[in-house]
Design a protein around this ligand. Structure first.
Ligand code: AMP
Length: 471
């Protein structure tokens, strides 16, 4: 990575994009290129390879889509052939694939280019039909692309431009062998763009094997993105989380909130609970059909569903403008996922808020996350208005694996489904002005991280200022 600039041009007109593209950008309502766009667009137009460190939320999709559309629409092409794309965009998930192709369509609406999206988990026949027509831009997940390659229904010999988007995720998801198979059949003479949020050794190796003398761009490094998001947490026993979340949604009148759970089962149970409490909610995860996922996402976007409960993988690439609120119902056990999750809010420069519900057993995850983001997340006491359920709806199946050392206060390792007095005690209302979390009351010697550092009797979420404890 070489550059860390905040270069931005006042508008899109100076970047060298053609008029039909500028018209589509204007219609999308964008007036100023984001830093990645300001840097990537001229570099891609100049024809070189590109290595870009950019997360979702930086405007990276337009950063590569716009110059690709320009290149494909302005340079001479061979006679188009069915199923033989000129540009291949590889992405890790179906949601991201759909969204990238949507961007291609939006920005390319005044161009005479064709595109299609290809991912697994859906009927292959419509894809086969689409591949029988002329095709300029193919957006695909690696697995389904390989299926088509195996069936010889797609021909990658005409690829002039190749994009690997969210390359780190593709590697995390085990796509490296699939990617290599694709690379083996695309022409050596091509322009390649690689986008990744992180740069592990594996990514560097991939980049070295893939890119020739690439330009390097780094924008919105993790901390920069993280800093614009208000991050708070409530200490709360797992067994109270569902009730607390329902309370918070009503109390703060959140109209659009994305909630992350660690398990698919947990996502379903939580959505059911919220619906039971009169809050419109839907769950998306890998066990849901693609059409159910698409429907849930559409309802969430149009506001008919207030709460979308998602697992990490399912939420990858969810693109919602100005999503105001993200909730981590459980902390992810991989600290990087925290950054990906909260990156759903505070996008393209807007601010957002991320609240985590943290049980005692998640404190080691919390420490890892705070180490990664190099700041501590503000502990906020739960408003006195929340009354924990007398009989907790125990949700042991959702909890993270227990750390080896036992902990007191919640069932002492009993089957958590049994009603227990230990839990009841722990969940009793704490005196006003104290956190009403069992975690705070149940542990004789809570760790430093387990305690609000200052008593904040009336603290509410809105009173927590971002970064007030940052360092
Ligand atoms: P991305 O990082 O590509 O996922 O984009 C994040 C969000 O920013 C998307 O919702 C885009 O529609 C939006 N966006 C991209 N470029 C701009 C821009 N120049 N001005 C305003 N919003 C943008």
């Amino acid at each position: 990575m070489t550059t860390e600039t905040t270069l931005s041009s006042p508008d899109f007109t100076g970047l060298g994009l053609s008029e039909p593209i500028l018209r589509a950008i204007a219609e999308a309502g964008y007036t100023t290129p984001t830093p990645i766009q300001a840097q990537a667009i001229p570099q891609v137009l100049a024809g070189g390879d590109l290595l870009a460190a950019a997360q979702t939320g930086t405007g990276k999709t337009a950063g590569f889509t716009l110059p690709i559309l320009h290149q494909l629409s302005t340079r001479a092409a061979q006679a188009p052939k069915p199923g033989r794309p000129r540009c291949l965009i590889l992405v890790p998930t179906r949601e991201l694939a759909a969204q990238v192709e949507e961007s291609v369509k939006t920005y390319g609406k005044y161009l005479n280019l064709t595109s299609m999206v290809m991912f697994g988990g859906v009927n292959i026949n419509p894809q086969l039909k689409a591949l029988r027509s002329r095709l300029d831009i193919l957006v695909a997940t690696p697995g389904r692309l390989l299926d088509h390659m195996g069936q010889k229904t797609v021909d990658l010999s005409g690829v002039e431009m190749l994009v690997l988007d969210e390359a780190d995720r593709m590697l995390d998801m085990g796509f490296i062998r699939d990617i290599k198979k694709v690379l083996a059949v695309v022409p050596k003479q091509r322009q390649t763009l690689l986008f990744s949020a992180t740069f592990s050794d594996e990514i560097k190796t991939l980049a070295n094997s893939l890119l020739r003398n690439p330009g390097c761009i780094e924008v919105a490094r993790r901390n920069t993105t993280v800093e614009i998001i208000e991050q708070t947490l409530h200490r709360v026993p797992q067994a109270h989380k569902r009730d607390l979340l329902a309370h918070l949604i009503n109390h703060h009148d959140w109209q659009q909130v994305l909630v992350f759970t660690r398990t698919k089962h947990g996502a379903n149970k939580l959505a059911e609970k919220l619906i039971k409490d009169g809050i419109t909610a839907a769950a998306i995860h890998g066990n849901k059909s693609q059409s159910a996922r698409t429907k849930a996402l559409a309802s969430f976007k149009d506001g008919s569903v207030r709460v979308l409960v998602a697992t990490d993988i399912a939420a990858r690439g969810i693109d919602i403008d100005q999503l105001p609120q993200v909730v981590n119902f459980e902390l992810p056990n991989v600290a990087e996922d925290y950054v990906h999750r909260i990156g759903r809010t505070g996008r393209a420069g807007s601010t957002g808020s991320a609240l985590s519900l943290v049980d005692d057993e998640e404190l080691s995850y919390l420490r890892d996350i705070e180490k990664l983001i190099k700041r501590s997340i503000v502990r906020v006491e739960i408003e006195p208005g929340f009354v924990p359920p007398a009989k907790a709806d125990l949700i042991s199946e959702d909890r993270p694996p227990r750390p080896p050392q036992g902990r007191g206060g919640r069932g002492q390792g009993q089957n958590a489904r049994q009603p227990q007095s230990g839990n009841r005690n722990a969940s009793g209302r704490a005196p006003q002005g104290q956190a009403t979390t069992a975690g705070a009351g149940a542990k004789p010697t809570p760790s430093r991280a387990a305690q609000p550092r200052k008593p904040r009797p009336q603290a509410s979420l809105s009173s927590a200022k971002p970064g007030s404890r940052g360092h």
